[in-house]
Design a protein around this ligand. Structure first.
Ligand code: ZN
Ligand code: ZN
Length: 460
Protein backbone atom coordinates (compact mmCIF):
# COMPACT_ATOMS: atom_id res chain seq x y z
CA UNK A 1 0.00 0.00 0.00
CA UNK A 2 2.84 2.34 0.76
CA UNK A 3 4.54 4.10 -2.07
CA UNK A 4 8.08 2.95 -2.61
CA UNK A 5 9.53 6.24 -1.45
CA UNK A 6 7.63 6.07 1.83
CA UNK A 7 9.66 3.10 2.98
CA UNK A 8 12.90 4.46 4.35
CA UNK A 9 16.23 3.15 3.35
CA UNK A 10 17.03 0.38 5.80
CA UNK A 11 20.26 1.98 7.08
CA UNK A 12 22.10 -1.11 6.12
CA UNK A 13 23.93 -3.01 8.77
CA UNK A 14 23.02 -0.51 11.45
CA UNK A 15 23.06 -2.97 14.32
CA UNK A 16 22.41 -6.51 13.21
CA UNK A 17 25.89 -6.76 11.85
CA UNK A 18 26.99 -7.05 15.43
CA UNK A 19 23.96 -8.71 16.83
CA UNK A 20 21.94 -11.36 15.05
CA UNK A 21 23.78 -10.86 11.78
CA UNK A 22 20.64 -10.10 9.80
CA UNK A 23 21.51 -7.57 7.15
CA UNK A 24 18.44 -5.31 7.21
CA UNK A 25 16.02 -3.70 9.64
CA UNK A 26 18.56 -4.51 12.27
CA UNK A 27 17.12 -2.23 14.91
CA UNK A 28 13.77 -3.92 14.72
CA UNK A 29 15.34 -7.14 15.87
CA UNK A 30 13.53 -7.69 19.19
CA UNK A 31 16.45 -9.52 20.78
CA UNK A 32 18.54 -6.42 20.75
CA UNK A 33 18.10 -5.67 24.41
CA UNK A 34 18.13 -9.34 25.32
CA UNK A 35 21.57 -9.66 23.83
CA UNK A 36 22.59 -6.06 24.49
CA UNK A 37 21.09 -4.87 27.73
CA UNK A 38 23.43 -1.91 27.79
CA UNK A 39 24.15 -1.33 24.16
CA UNK A 40 26.40 1.65 24.76
CA UNK A 41 28.94 -0.21 26.84
CA UNK A 42 28.52 -3.88 25.93
CA UNK A 43 31.39 -5.69 24.24
CA UNK A 44 31.02 -6.23 20.52
CA UNK A 45 30.33 -9.95 20.41
CA UNK A 46 28.59 -11.62 17.52
CA UNK A 47 25.29 -13.23 18.48
CA UNK A 48 23.92 -15.51 15.84
CA UNK A 49 20.25 -15.83 16.65
CA UNK A 50 17.53 -16.66 14.18
CA UNK A 51 14.68 -14.21 13.90
CA UNK A 52 12.40 -16.67 15.72
CA UNK A 53 14.88 -17.02 18.57
CA UNK A 54 15.03 -13.25 18.77
CA UNK A 55 11.26 -13.00 19.04
CA UNK A 56 10.98 -15.76 21.67
CA UNK A 57 13.70 -14.24 23.81
CA UNK A 58 12.12 -10.81 23.62
CA UNK A 59 8.67 -12.17 24.51
CA UNK A 60 10.11 -13.91 27.59
CA UNK A 61 11.86 -10.71 28.62
CA UNK A 62 8.68 -8.67 28.15
CA UNK A 63 6.67 -11.11 30.29
CA UNK A 64 9.21 -10.76 33.10
CA UNK A 65 9.04 -6.97 33.07
CA UNK A 66 6.91 -5.56 35.91
CA UNK A 67 4.21 -3.29 34.52
CA UNK A 68 3.93 -0.72 37.34
CA UNK A 69 5.30 2.69 36.31
CA UNK A 70 6.70 1.15 33.21
CA UNK A 71 8.41 3.77 31.18
CA UNK A 72 7.25 4.18 27.61
CA UNK A 73 10.83 4.93 26.75
CA UNK A 74 13.85 2.79 26.31
CA UNK A 75 15.81 2.25 29.49
CA UNK A 76 19.40 1.61 28.66
CA UNK A 77 20.21 0.10 32.03
CA UNK A 78 16.92 -1.45 32.88
CA UNK A 79 17.93 -4.88 31.69
CA UNK A 80 16.10 -7.04 29.18
CA UNK A 81 12.99 -5.35 27.90
CA UNK A 82 11.25 -5.83 24.60
CA UNK A 83 11.02 -2.82 22.33
CA UNK A 84 7.63 -1.20 22.63
CA UNK A 85 5.31 -2.50 19.94
CA UNK A 86 4.19 0.19 17.55
CA UNK A 87 0.63 0.99 18.39
CA UNK A 88 -1.08 1.42 15.05
CA UNK A 89 -4.42 1.77 16.85
CA UNK A 90 -3.41 4.76 18.91
CA UNK A 91 -6.23 7.28 19.05
CA UNK A 92 -5.41 9.67 16.25
CA UNK A 93 -7.10 13.05 16.44
CA UNK A 94 -9.07 12.56 13.23
CA UNK A 95 -7.51 10.13 10.88
CA UNK A 96 -7.98 10.79 7.20
CA UNK A 97 -8.37 14.53 7.60
CA UNK A 98 -6.50 17.00 5.47
CA UNK A 99 -5.88 19.44 8.31
CA UNK A 100 -2.69 19.58 10.35
CA UNK A 101 -2.35 17.90 13.74
CA UNK A 102 0.44 18.79 16.12
CA UNK A 103 2.31 16.22 18.16
CA UNK A 104 5.63 15.58 19.84
CA UNK A 105 7.59 12.53 20.90
CA UNK A 106 11.02 11.61 22.14
CA UNK A 107 12.92 8.43 22.81
CA UNK A 108 16.35 7.54 24.14
CA UNK A 109 18.18 4.76 22.32
CA UNK A 110 21.46 4.30 20.55
CA UNK A 111 21.98 5.56 17.02
CA UNK A 112 25.51 4.95 15.75
CA UNK A 113 27.22 8.25 15.01
CA UNK A 114 28.09 7.13 11.49
CA UNK A 115 24.41 6.58 10.69
CA UNK A 116 23.29 10.07 11.73
CA UNK A 117 23.96 12.00 8.48
CA UNK A 118 22.10 9.48 6.36
CA UNK A 119 19.26 9.27 8.83
CA UNK A 120 18.99 13.04 8.96
CA UNK A 121 18.82 13.22 5.17
CA UNK A 122 16.22 10.45 4.99
CA UNK A 123 13.94 12.20 7.50
CA UNK A 124 14.45 15.61 5.90
CA UNK A 125 13.66 14.39 2.38
CA UNK A 126 11.00 11.81 2.94
CA UNK A 127 9.06 13.44 5.76
CA UNK A 128 8.93 16.83 4.09
CA UNK A 129 8.20 15.59 0.59
CA UNK A 130 6.24 12.36 0.90
CA UNK A 131 4.64 12.90 4.26
CA UNK A 132 4.19 16.70 4.07
CA UNK A 133 5.40 17.06 7.66
CA UNK A 134 6.61 20.34 9.14
CA UNK A 135 8.41 20.62 12.45
CA UNK A 136 11.65 20.48 14.35
CA UNK A 137 13.45 17.17 14.74
CA UNK A 138 16.65 16.59 16.70
CA UNK A 139 18.56 13.34 16.42
CA UNK A 140 21.84 12.34 18.01
CA UNK A 141 23.63 9.26 19.29
CA UNK A 142 21.17 9.11 22.20
CA UNK A 143 17.92 9.11 20.23
CA UNK A 144 15.32 11.51 18.89
CA UNK A 145 13.28 14.51 20.04
CA UNK A 146 10.55 15.55 17.62
CA UNK A 147 7.92 18.26 17.44
CA UNK A 148 5.84 18.27 14.32
CA UNK A 149 2.60 19.02 12.53
CA UNK A 150 1.31 16.28 10.27
CA UNK A 151 -1.79 16.09 8.10
CA UNK A 152 -4.44 13.75 9.49
CA UNK A 153 -4.35 11.61 6.39
CA UNK A 154 -0.58 11.11 6.72
CA UNK A 155 -0.44 10.03 10.35
CA UNK A 156 -0.60 6.32 9.63
CA UNK A 157 1.97 6.69 6.87
CA UNK A 158 4.30 8.36 9.38
CA UNK A 159 3.82 5.49 11.80
CA UNK A 160 4.45 3.02 9.00
CA UNK A 161 7.63 4.90 8.04
CA UNK A 162 8.89 4.68 11.62
CA UNK A 163 8.01 0.99 11.81
CA UNK A 164 9.81 0.25 8.57
CA UNK A 165 12.84 2.25 9.59
CA UNK A 166 15.93 0.40 10.67
CA UNK A 167 16.62 3.08 13.26
CA UNK A 168 13.23 3.72 14.85
CA UNK A 169 11.23 0.49 14.64
CA UNK A 170 9.88 -0.37 18.06
CA UNK A 171 11.48 2.70 19.60
CA UNK A 172 8.88 5.41 19.33
CA UNK A 173 6.20 5.71 22.00
CA UNK A 174 2.72 7.03 21.36
CA UNK A 175 2.71 10.52 19.96
CA UNK A 176 1.99 13.22 22.50
CA UNK A 177 -0.84 15.07 20.77
CA UNK A 178 -1.32 18.78 21.40
CA UNK A 179 -4.59 20.25 22.65
CA UNK A 180 -5.01 22.83 19.90
CA UNK A 181 -4.23 21.67 16.39
CA UNK A 182 -3.02 23.64 13.43
CA UNK A 183 0.05 23.93 11.26
CA UNK A 184 2.48 25.01 13.98
CA UNK A 185 5.69 25.19 11.89
CA UNK A 186 6.64 26.79 8.60
CA UNK A 187 8.91 24.01 7.36
CA UNK A 188 10.71 20.86 8.45
CA UNK A 189 14.10 21.25 10.10
CA UNK A 190 16.02 18.10 10.98
CA UNK A 191 19.24 18.63 12.92
CA UNK A 192 21.92 16.44 14.40
CA UNK A 193 22.32 17.92 17.87
CA UNK A 194 21.81 16.99 21.55
CA UNK A 195 18.17 16.32 22.36
CA UNK A 196 18.28 18.70 25.33
CA UNK A 197 20.93 21.39 25.80
CA UNK A 198 22.33 20.14 29.08
CA UNK A 199 25.80 21.60 28.63
CA UNK A 200 27.44 18.28 29.47
CA UNK A 201 27.59 15.16 27.39
CA UNK A 202 25.20 12.50 28.59
CA UNK A 203 25.43 8.89 27.52
CA UNK A 204 22.67 6.31 27.50
CA UNK A 205 23.83 4.76 30.79
CA UNK A 206 23.03 8.07 32.52
CA UNK A 207 19.85 8.74 30.53
CA UNK A 208 18.77 5.19 31.37
CA UNK A 209 18.38 6.11 35.04
CA UNK A 210 14.95 7.45 34.30
CA UNK A 211 12.65 8.89 36.94
CA UNK A 212 9.22 7.47 37.74
CA UNK A 213 6.65 8.49 35.15
CA UNK A 214 3.21 9.33 36.47
CA UNK A 215 0.29 9.44 34.05
CA UNK A 216 -1.72 12.69 34.42
CA UNK A 217 -4.49 11.26 36.63
CA UNK A 218 -1.97 9.51 38.82
CA UNK A 219 0.22 12.62 38.98
CA UNK A 220 -2.72 14.74 40.04
CA UNK A 221 -3.82 12.34 42.77
CA UNK A 222 -0.32 11.83 44.15
CA UNK A 223 0.51 15.50 44.08
CA UNK A 224 -2.71 16.48 45.85
CA UNK A 225 -2.08 13.87 48.55
CA UNK A 226 1.58 14.82 48.92
CA UNK A 227 0.82 18.55 49.16
CA UNK A 228 -1.97 17.89 51.69
CA UNK A 229 0.40 15.80 53.81
CA UNK A 230 3.34 18.15 53.50
CA UNK A 231 2.94 21.69 52.16
CA UNK A 232 6.71 21.75 51.71
CA UNK A 233 6.57 19.01 49.04
CA UNK A 234 9.09 19.88 46.35
CA UNK A 235 7.41 20.46 42.99
CA UNK A 236 9.73 21.98 40.38
CA UNK A 237 8.82 23.64 37.11
CA UNK A 238 11.69 22.55 34.86
CA UNK A 239 11.06 25.21 32.22
CA UNK A 240 12.54 28.61 31.53
CA UNK A 241 11.18 31.79 33.06
CA UNK A 242 9.35 33.04 29.97
CA UNK A 243 7.51 29.71 29.77
CA UNK A 244 6.05 29.65 33.27
CA UNK A 245 5.02 33.31 33.11
CA UNK A 246 1.80 32.33 31.35
CA UNK A 247 1.01 29.11 33.21
CA UNK A 248 2.23 26.77 35.94
CA UNK A 249 1.15 24.16 38.49
CA UNK A 250 -0.06 25.55 41.76
CA UNK A 251 2.53 25.16 44.48
CA UNK A 252 5.41 24.82 42.01
CA UNK A 253 8.84 26.28 42.58
CA UNK A 254 9.78 28.09 39.39
CA UNK A 255 13.55 28.76 39.23
CA UNK A 256 14.35 31.97 37.38
CA UNK A 257 16.39 30.51 34.51
CA UNK A 258 16.93 31.21 30.82
CA UNK A 259 18.31 27.78 29.92
CA UNK A 260 17.98 24.17 30.99
CA UNK A 261 21.57 24.24 32.07
CA UNK A 262 20.99 27.11 34.54
CA UNK A 263 17.77 25.48 35.64
CA UNK A 264 19.59 22.26 36.44
CA UNK A 265 22.12 24.09 38.63
CA UNK A 266 19.28 25.77 40.55
CA UNK A 267 17.42 22.50 40.99
CA UNK A 268 20.54 20.90 42.40
CA UNK A 269 20.68 23.71 44.96
CA UNK A 270 16.99 23.24 45.78
CA UNK A 271 17.52 19.53 46.36
CA UNK A 272 20.76 19.87 48.27
CA UNK A 273 19.15 20.44 51.66
CA UNK A 274 16.77 17.53 51.36
CA UNK A 275 17.03 13.85 52.18
CA UNK A 276 17.94 11.72 49.18
CA UNK A 277 14.79 9.66 49.67
CA UNK A 278 12.38 12.59 49.73
CA UNK A 279 10.10 12.74 46.68
CA UNK A 280 11.00 15.35 44.06
CA UNK A 281 8.12 16.12 41.70
CA UNK A 282 8.97 17.79 38.42
CA UNK A 283 7.23 18.69 35.20
CA UNK A 284 7.97 20.38 31.87
CA UNK A 285 6.28 20.94 28.51
CA UNK A 286 6.33 17.46 27.00
CA UNK A 287 8.43 15.41 29.41
CA UNK A 288 11.89 15.23 27.86
CA UNK A 289 13.55 17.82 30.08
CA UNK A 290 12.27 15.98 33.17
CA UNK A 291 13.49 12.66 31.78
CA UNK A 292 16.96 14.16 31.50
CA UNK A 293 16.83 16.12 34.78
CA UNK A 294 15.41 13.10 36.59
CA UNK A 295 18.13 10.86 35.22
CA UNK A 296 20.78 13.35 36.35
CA UNK A 297 19.30 13.63 39.85
CA UNK A 298 18.95 9.88 40.12
CA UNK A 299 22.56 9.39 39.11
CA UNK A 300 23.44 11.88 41.87
CA UNK A 301 21.70 9.73 44.48
CA UNK A 302 18.14 11.10 44.65
CA UNK A 303 16.09 7.94 44.75
CA UNK A 304 12.56 9.27 44.42
CA UNK A 305 12.24 11.54 41.39
CA UNK A 306 8.70 11.63 40.02
CA UNK A 307 7.74 13.30 36.77
CA UNK A 308 4.60 14.04 34.81
CA UNK A 309 4.51 11.66 31.87
CA UNK A 310 3.95 13.55 28.63
CA UNK A 311 4.37 16.86 30.51
CA UNK A 312 1.83 19.67 30.58
CA UNK A 313 0.75 18.72 27.07
CA UNK A 314 -0.57 15.38 28.34
CA UNK A 315 -1.98 16.95 31.50
CA UNK A 316 -3.82 19.56 29.43
CA UNK A 317 -5.36 16.80 27.32
CA UNK A 318 -6.38 15.01 30.52
CA UNK A 319 -8.08 18.16 31.83
CA UNK A 320 -9.93 18.65 28.54
CA UNK A 321 -10.98 15.03 28.23
CA UNK A 322 -12.55 14.58 31.62
CA UNK A 323 -16.06 15.94 31.42
CA UNK A 324 -16.47 16.76 35.11
CA UNK A 325 -14.13 16.49 37.99
CA UNK A 326 -11.56 18.20 40.11
CA UNK A 327 -10.34 21.58 38.89
CA UNK A 328 -7.07 21.67 36.98
CA UNK A 329 -3.97 21.87 39.14
CA UNK A 330 -2.24 23.61 36.25
CA UNK A 331 -3.40 27.16 35.72
CA UNK A 332 -3.14 29.20 32.55
CA UNK A 333 -1.41 28.37 29.29
CA UNK A 334 1.28 25.89 28.32
CA UNK A 335 4.04 27.64 26.35
CA UNK A 336 4.89 25.75 23.14
CA UNK A 337 7.97 26.06 20.94
CA UNK A 338 6.16 26.61 17.70
CA UNK A 339 4.18 29.30 15.94
CA UNK A 340 1.33 28.96 18.44
CA UNK A 341 3.59 30.06 21.33
CA UNK A 342 1.22 28.40 23.76
CA UNK A 343 -2.00 26.48 24.16
CA UNK A 344 -4.71 27.04 26.73
CA UNK A 345 -5.14 24.61 29.62
CA UNK A 346 -7.47 26.76 31.72
CA UNK A 347 -8.91 30.17 30.90
CA UNK A 348 -7.06 31.92 33.73
CA UNK A 349 -4.75 34.72 32.67
CA UNK A 350 -1.66 34.75 34.88
CA UNK A 351 0.50 37.27 33.05
CA UNK A 352 0.51 40.92 32.00
CA UNK A 353 1.10 42.69 28.72
CA UNK A 354 4.75 43.72 28.65
CA UNK A 355 3.85 47.04 27.05
CA UNK A 356 0.81 48.34 28.95
CA UNK A 357 0.63 46.06 32.00
CA UNK A 358 -2.94 44.94 31.31
CA UNK A 359 -3.90 41.29 31.89
CA UNK A 360 -2.74 39.19 28.94
CA UNK A 361 -1.02 35.88 28.24
CA UNK A 362 -0.53 36.02 24.48
CA UNK A 363 3.11 35.72 23.52
CA UNK A 364 4.29 37.22 20.28
CA UNK A 365 7.52 37.88 18.43
CA UNK A 366 8.25 41.42 17.29
CA UNK A 367 7.12 41.68 13.66
CA UNK A 368 10.63 42.82 12.76
CA UNK A 369 12.26 39.44 12.32
CA UNK A 370 15.70 40.85 13.09
CA UNK A 371 14.43 41.99 16.47
CA UNK A 372 12.27 38.93 17.10
CA UNK A 373 11.83 39.96 20.74
CA UNK A 374 9.64 37.43 22.55
CA UNK A 375 7.11 39.23 24.70
CA UNK A 376 3.51 39.34 25.85
CA UNK A 377 1.36 41.77 23.88
CA UNK A 378 -2.33 42.56 24.28
CA UNK A 379 -4.52 43.26 21.20
CA UNK A 380 -4.62 47.01 21.94
CA UNK A 381 -0.82 47.22 22.07
CA UNK A 382 -0.51 45.07 18.96
CA UNK A 383 -2.65 47.62 17.15
CA UNK A 384 -0.86 50.62 18.63
CA UNK A 385 2.65 49.31 17.93
CA UNK A 386 1.92 47.53 14.64
CA UNK A 387 2.64 44.12 16.19
CA UNK A 388 6.17 45.20 17.08
CA UNK A 389 8.10 46.01 20.24
CA UNK A 390 7.30 49.65 19.46
CA UNK A 391 10.79 50.73 18.44
CA UNK A 392 10.65 53.00 15.39
CA UNK A 393 13.07 50.79 13.47
CA UNK A 394 10.91 47.76 14.09
CA UNK A 395 7.73 49.58 13.13
CA UNK A 396 9.35 50.78 9.92
CA UNK A 397 10.67 47.35 9.02
CA UNK A 398 7.37 45.69 9.84
CA UNK A 399 5.86 47.70 6.97
CA UNK A 400 8.59 46.90 4.46
CA UNK A 401 8.00 44.42 1.68
CA UNK A 402 9.99 41.22 1.64
CA UNK A 403 12.20 42.67 -1.10
CA UNK A 404 12.83 45.86 0.83
CA UNK A 405 13.81 43.91 3.90
CA UNK A 406 16.28 41.86 1.86
CA UNK A 407 17.69 45.05 0.36
CA UNK A 408 18.02 46.65 3.79
CA UNK A 409 19.48 43.63 5.42
CA UNK A 410 19.79 43.77 9.20
CA UNK A 411 21.49 41.41 11.63
CA UNK A 412 19.97 40.03 14.81
CA UNK A 413 19.17 42.75 17.33
CA UNK A 414 19.29 40.83 20.60
CA UNK A 415 21.24 37.90 21.89
CA UNK A 416 19.19 34.99 23.24
CA UNK A 417 19.26 36.15 26.87
CA UNK A 418 17.92 39.60 26.00
CA UNK A 419 15.44 38.40 23.40
CA UNK A 420 13.50 36.44 26.04
CA UNK A 421 13.73 39.12 28.78
CA UNK A 422 11.29 41.84 27.71
CA UNK A 423 11.34 43.32 31.22
CA UNK A 424 14.93 44.36 30.56
CA UNK A 425 14.33 46.09 27.26
CA UNK A 426 10.97 47.85 27.57
CA UNK A 427 10.84 51.41 28.81
CA UNK A 428 7.93 52.72 30.90
CA UNK A 429 6.17 53.76 27.70
CA UNK A 430 6.13 50.15 26.46
CA UNK A 431 8.73 50.74 23.77
CA UNK A 432 11.86 48.61 23.50
CA UNK A 433 14.98 50.75 23.58
CA UNK A 434 18.67 50.22 23.82
CA UNK A 435 18.75 52.75 26.72
CA UNK A 436 16.77 50.23 28.71
CA UNK A 437 19.77 47.94 28.62
CA UNK A 438 22.33 47.98 31.35
CA UNK A 439 25.85 47.98 29.94
CA UNK A 440 26.80 44.36 30.57
CA UNK A 441 23.50 43.06 29.29
CA UNK A 442 23.60 44.87 26.00
CA UNK A 443 24.26 42.71 23.01
CA UNK A 444 27.29 44.43 21.55
CA UNK A 445 26.81 46.14 18.22
CA UNK A 446 23.30 44.82 18.07
CA UNK A 447 21.14 47.00 20.27
CA UNK A 448 18.31 48.54 18.33
CA UNK A 449 19.90 51.99 17.94
CA UNK A 450 23.00 50.57 16.30
CA UNK A 451 20.93 48.24 14.21
CA UNK A 452 18.93 51.25 13.07
CA UNK A 453 22.15 52.96 12.07
CA UNK A 454 23.21 49.89 10.12
CA UNK A 455 19.84 49.73 8.47
CA UNK A 456 20.00 53.35 7.35
CA UNK A 457 23.60 52.89 6.22
CA UNK A 458 22.58 49.90 4.18
CA UNK A 459 19.74 51.76 2.52
CA UNK A 460 21.81 54.86 1.81
ZN1 ZN B 1 -0.92 46.01 26.17
ZN1 ZN C 1 11.27 44.91 17.78
Amino acid sequence: MLGRRLVPRPLLGLLCRRQCAQPVAARSCPAQRQAWPAAASAPRVQHRLTRQQCTDAAAAAAAAEPSAHRSPYYRAEAGPQAPQPLDMDEPYPAEGEDGFYTASFYSFFEIPEAALPELRAAIQDEWSQDLAIVGRIYICEQGINAQLSVRGKKIRALRAWLEASGAFAGRIPRFNWAIEHRRAFKALHVRVRPLVAVGESLGLPTLGREPEYLAPAEWEQELRDAQARDPDTLLVDMRNTYEFRIGRFQGAVCPDADTFRDEMAMVRELCAGRAKTEPIYMYCTGGIRCSVAGALLKSEGYANVRTLQGGIIAYGRHVRERAQGAPSMFRGKNFTFDKRLGEEVTGEVLAKCDQCGGPCDTFTNCANQSCNLLFIQCPACALKHHATCGNAVCVERAHMSHEERIKNRMGPVWNYHMRIRPEKVFGKDGIARPEALSGADACSASAVGEAAQQASDASA
